[in-house]
Ligand binder design. Structure first.
Ligand SMILES: [Ca+2]
Ligand SMILES: [Ca+2]
Length: 337
């Protein structure tokens, strides 16, 4: 049996060649197409990477710029606050020259209206610290109870509708002994479940009041407008200025002074002397005038500066000496953004 002989005609040969070329071209085209696809993916990847990098860099640049801008605004707000405080010190120094009395109509007592400085605003207020009753006066420099001051404090607490036992607890916190004062007192045993002991020394800051038994937020809110915590000068006592004190505080010094008397007394301010201020006032009989004055030596200064997104608020307590120089007893940042 022979093999079938296949004859390739010219047409068949041409057709075959064309088919082979076509197969080859398709093969080549297929390869090129794959390479192009890979190249496109790489290009897209690079573009994506560059875009991501550019976006990150732009974001970081924006953050850095914003941070630098905020820092600059914050510095300006801080400097504006410093300037406001220096302005207050200047006014207090000027006022001290030939100073006979301190009262609420004087320049230092006026609120500084918001002053435009460059692109910001700065404002401030000065509050006479002598308008408040200083709780540190309840004990003397030796840590002993000052009974005449206790009487005033209890009357003040009563007017504020607060229990007199709070005064006892306050004294126990500050006096040097460990004997509870009366039935309302609170020495160490009262704080057995607290992570601290009684201080047995005067208070340094207002915030310490909240450590004392019974001095909750409601009590502190009531005390805020009548009481302060400040260091007692070397002479062993602070004074209350009758030209700036609130009626409630004034009434604490005079057992017979009624609200109507206090209102009439305040209406007649300012007074140049303590003695003449109470002359001819029947309600002043039996009062304690030993801690009253017509001048002030301590001032709470609050400053507030706003520059762009930066706001800087501070509180200072300035102590003014007789020569008009002021010293900062404390400064405290109240808030910033
Ligand atoms: Ca004055
Ligand atoms: Ca004590």
């Amino acid at each position: 049996m022979g093999f079938p002989i296949v004859y390739r005609t010219e047409t068949t040969v041409k057709k075959s060649c064309v088919e082979e070329a076509s197969v080859e071209r398709r093969s080549v085209e297929k390869g090129t197409s794959k390479e192009r696809g890979v190249a496109l993916v790489i290009v897209l990847g690079v573009v994506a990477l560059v875009s991501a990098w550019a976006a990150t860099a732009a974001y970081e640049d924006m953050i850095s710029l914003r941070r630098a801008e905020n820092l600059q605004q914050s510095s300006r707000a801080w400097m504006a606050n410093e300037s406001a405080m220096e302005l207050v010190r200047f006014y207090l120094g000027e006022d001290a020259k030939d100073n006979k009395t301190d009262h609420l109509d004087e320049t230092w007592a006026q609120e500084i209206p918001p002053l435009p400085v460059d692109d910001g605003l700065v404002t401030g207020v000065v509050i006479d610290a002598n308008r408040y009753f200083n709780v540190n006066d309840l004990v003397n420099n030796n840590g002993e109870v000052q009974t005449n001051v206790v009487v005033v404090a209890k009357r003040l607490f009563q007017t504020l509708e607060l229990s007199g036992s709070l005064v006892d607890k306050l004294i126990d916190w500050m006096d040097k002994n460990d004997q509870p004062l009366g039935i309302g007192g609170a020495e160490d045993f009262h704080y057995y479940d607290k992570p601290y002991r009684v201080k047995n020394r005067r208070l340094d800051r207002w915030q310490e009041l909240s450590l004392i038994d019974g001095f909750d937020d409601e009590v502190l809110e009531k005390l805020k407008e009548a009481v302060t915590v400040r260091r007692v000068p070397k002479i062993g006592k602070t004074t209350v200025n009758i030209n700036t004190a609130d009626k409630t505080v004034l009434m604490a010094f005079f057992p017979r002074m009624e609200a109507v008397d206090a209102a009439a007394f305040v209406e007649q301010r300012p007074y140049e002397q303590v003695a003449s201020a109470f002359a001819g006032k029947p309600w002043s009989t039996g009062g304690d005038t030993t801690r009253l004055s017509v001048v002030s030596d301590a001032f709470i200064v609050r400053t507030d500066a706003l520059f762009g997104n930066a706001r800087w608020r501070e509180e200072y307590l300035l102590i003014r000496e007789a020569d008009g120089k002021t010293a900062i007893e404390y400064r405290e940042k109240q808030g910033w953004m």
